[in-house]
Design a protein around this ligand. Sequence first.
Ligand code: HEC
Length: 126
Amino acid sequence: MRSALYRLAMIIGASSILFTACFASTDWAAKGPTEESYSQESLTLGASVYSDTCASCHGRDGSGSFGPALLGKGHKYAYQDQRRLIERGRRSMPGFGASLTDKEIEAVLAHIRVGFFANRNDELPG
Ligand code: HEC
């Protein structure tokens, strides 16, 4: 009896977590680009690094696929935290600190924090 009640409590607990995860999530894309400004050179390089290295998991336009959507996520992470995540990876995301140069990592950050929005209607290279 006690364990049946316990299980019921667990089910209710788990469902409310699921409910929160599904319905109370932030609409990051609506937050748009971050305040930083980047050079056109960096944005252009970033768009091509992104389409070569990240688009397969995060979608060409950043709307997500195997990996989560990235649009507007510059508001979820401070620059350094987002940079660290890209360099080191996290769970099923590989790290790119060894395969990309500093310049390429800076450029891809420029792309996902700002360039996505600036270039949305332009053709992406690659
Ligand atoms: C092999 C697939 C894969 C590739 C390639 C990949 N990612 Fe990811 N990425 C993921 C997964 C899966 C997650 C979720 C990680 C987790 O659950 O902790 C993620 C998470 C992220 C996050 C955090 C998103 C959030 O909502 O918190 C960022 C930022 C990110 N990736 C950026 C990039 C960038 C930039 C590149 C290219 C340099 C890249 N990723 C390449 C699979 C990938």
